[in-house]
Design a protein around this ligand. Sequence first.
Ligand code: EPU
Length: 313
Amino acid sequence: MTALAPEPVTHTANLAAELGALLAPASVLRCNEPLAKRTTLRVGGPAEIYVEPADEAELAKVLRFCRDHDVPFFLLGRGSNLLIRDGGIRGMVIHLGAPGFSQIEVEGEQLRCGAGAKLKDIALTAKRHGIGGLEFLEGIPGNLGGALRMNAGAMNGWTFEAVESLRYMDYAGAAHERAARDVETTYRSCPLLKSAVALGAVLKGRPAPREQIEAKLTECQQKRWTSQPKEPSAGCIFKNTKTIPAGKLVDELGLKGTRVGGAVVSGTHGNFIVNDGTATARDVLALIEVIRRTAREKRAIELETEVEIVGED
Ligand code: EPU
């Protein structure tokens, strides 16, 4: 009988094995994990190493491991507002999908929520407890961590307007809590969370009659259903400009329906690119360039992407 040659041990497998030895069995660790299905746009390549830490102590281990081994890492939320290139993400992709990261606890008019909590669930929990002011979160297709990181907004509201305090972990694995008034934020950005991991936040609302909250939620839902596409998309592709909303600009430029491969400018809203089911990240990126070039040439407007673009070609 001929002995089989040993499997070539790759750098990735080595790293994954080394990290796996440090983590508790409740944490998830996989190599070459497909990511397209974990994004709302449904394009993009795999994660070299994918990890779902079971709790904060496990997350701290992963972050320290990355620091000590010089491994780049990316925090994947619910995959909205995200465009992963077709070559996938090198290094570690960390997802706070374990139940311990998604708690929503009501304390009076405040909600203590984990970064993994869905914004829709937060809005509905607030409604059940007669807490108003958080209805705008219902329409944002993401979890709290992502919304904090990009100070996401909808219906003239934005995330940090509702934040009382923020919990985050630095890249050395230490957890911190900070009052929201001490955290700098801008339109669609929270710079602190560009170099720290959001763990959660205390959100504040105000007592409101149930019917009033219901009415606001319905208004948010209807606006979204009637003005935004139902096909897979990453949400709004561009930030609004100071002079004109990006969707209105794309509309005025006559670009709705423009297609590159399986990526199409939505006919419903000009600031959405939808995937007809066959799109690649390359198609979407090429279409973004068509729009940016047209806006530059015809209106002298420089469009800036809102969607986060990550990964390798
Ligand atoms: N408009 C057009 N044609 C279009 C699209 C929009 O003329 O094809 C006009 C609308 O009629 C309106 C204006 O442009 O007068 C603004 O449009 P809309 O009310 O839809 O809001 P938006 O500024 O395009 C923002 C957020 C959305 C959020 C909605 C709802 C940004 C970049 N986008 O869109 O957020 O859902 O408000 O409040 O700030 C996202 O961030 O991913 C996102 C979808």
